[in-house]
Ligand binder design. Structure first.
Ligand code: AMP
Length: 419
């Protein structure tokens, strides 16, 4: 079955078309047929689509076209997928796309598993806008657009970024503020990157050929957004992002953990409103704020290594130190783990940053293998710890789209959803 996977942002839509079925999931033989992204929706949009050739190579189409909204962008994607020129085997009409799976950022406390999208589910996702005002409205735009483009006939499934963390115990998800604020406003830790952390624990289980209940690992997703997840028995037990993605690790432009009293102090000193302060913490902090240069880790590493830039080095050091502290605290929370797993753009590609994080963890039984660390970049999967290491360290490239496609299929044909 051909599943279209959509990830809708404020002015962008990313997609993948994935061929999967129950047998392919079992044998891990489902495959990506096409993928792409449209950016700058609302003006002269940039289109970048690729189709997979049988020999593994790709044919890529790039163009700039005016696309006024998400519906126009999604219409463009679907028209391209079914077009004879694109020539994807077995796909020539709308009905050859069996269903659409959406990444939805916030499912709140109620939406804790992937679901077929009904009017009731749309209402529930709308109810979570309060918790994710920047993300859920964009995801909903994609859902409405598919209804428009397919004339209401398409089956749609929502896969939530928060859902994997619904197993957090109350002592991990509550903030130590008066309990009535949790009851009244649902203020608590929800956690994000759940699709990625769930994929990584699934993949680790496959690599090690072990049952889910024995997966005790720490998953570290380091991208422009970054989070750590403590996984016990295949379930999320704690995670570093909180009610919003601002908490936890240092990120591209987000501060991560900070003394909340800084907010009032900063507002007072700079004459900022609360929302000004929040914008500083979300958009001008993190790697960008410390380095004063960029939020892009690749550029920072180049500045640090080639130009010995002091603040680039400081930003990387702070980034690595924060991650190291979370590894230590989650090892305590889990009472030990069998592996640490890196994923995300930085986690998958930067042996330098991984090296900085893993340096000096030998007391915890973590010994990286320098040569393996160096060799495992650009989409490679594998172990980067030494044979003598008590804890294994892995790099596992994330694949959120595959998991969304599989959950979409499972919802459609009534297969049990892995938790
Ligand atoms: P993501 O949000 O997962 O796409 O990750 C984006 C981040 O990964 C950016 O900060 C990139 O600079 C970073 N990244 C990608 N490749 C490398 C690399 N080879 N070295 C360092 N950082 C990288």
């Amino acid at each position: 079955m051909n599943i279209l996977v959509l990830n809708c942002g404020s002015s962008s839509v990313k997609f993948q078309l994935i061929d999967t079925d129950a047998e392919k999931i079992k044998t891990d033989t489902d495959r990506r047929l096409a993928h792409g992204v449209i950016e700058r929706i609302g003006g002269p949009a940039l289109v970048n689509f690729s189709v997979q050739n049988a020999d593994g190579s790709q044919r890529t189409t790039r163009e700039a076209v005016p696309l006024r909204d998400h519906s126009a962008a999604i219409e463009k994607i679907v028209q391209w997928i079914i077009s004879p020129e694109t020539n994807i085997s077995g796909i020539s009409t709308y009905s050859d796309i069996a269903a659409v799976g959406h990444r939805v950022v916030h499912g709140g406390e109620e939406l804790t598993r992937s679901l077929i999208i009904t009017d009731e589910v749309i209402k529930q996702i709308e109810d979570c806008i309060d918790l994710a005002p920047l993300h859920n409205p964009q995801n909903l735009k994609g859902i409405y657009a598919i209804r428009k483009v397919f004339g209401g006939t398409a089956q749609q499934v929502a896969v939530f970024d928060t859902a994997f963390h619904h197993t957090l115990p109350d002592y991990a998800y509550l903030y130590a503020i008066p309990y009535q604020f949790y009851r009244r406003h649902k203020i608590r830790r929800y956690g994000f990157h759940g699709i990625s952390h769930r994929y990584v624990q699934y993949r680790y289980r496959m690599l090690k050929n072990i049952p889910r209940d024995t997966v005790n690992v720490i998953s570290i997703h380091l991208g422009n957004g970054a989070s750590v997840c403590a996984i016990k028995g295949g379930r999320s037990q704690d995670t570093s992002m909180g009610m919003t993605p601002l908490e936890g690790l240092i990120m591209g432009t987000r501060s991560g953990d900070i003394d909340p009293a800084v907010l009032e102090h900063l507002a007072h000193k700079e004459g900022f409103s609360l929302s000004d302060v929040e914008a500083v913490l979300n958009k001008q902090s993190g790697l960008l704020g410390i380095s004063g240069l960029t939020n892009d880790m690749r550029e920072l590493v180049a500045e640090a290594v080639e130009n010995d830039d002091r603040r680039a080095k400081l930003a990387i050091e702070m980034f690595a130190y924060r991650a190291k502290k979370y590894i230590g605290s989650y090892l305590a929370s889990l009472n030990g783990a069998s592996a640490i797993i890196f994923t995300g753009g930085i986690g998958e590609n930067s042996d330098y940053v991984r090296g900085r994080i893993l340096d000096g963890l030998d007391w915890l039984g973590i010994t990286p293998d320098e040569a393996l660390n160096k060799a495992t970049t650009r989409g490679k999967e594998g172990k980067i710890s030494a044979e003598s290491s008590r804890l294994e360290v892995y790099v596992i490239p994330t694949n959120e789209e595959l998991l969304i496609a599989r959950d979409t299929l499972r919802c459609l044909i009534g297969l049990e959803l892995p938790r």
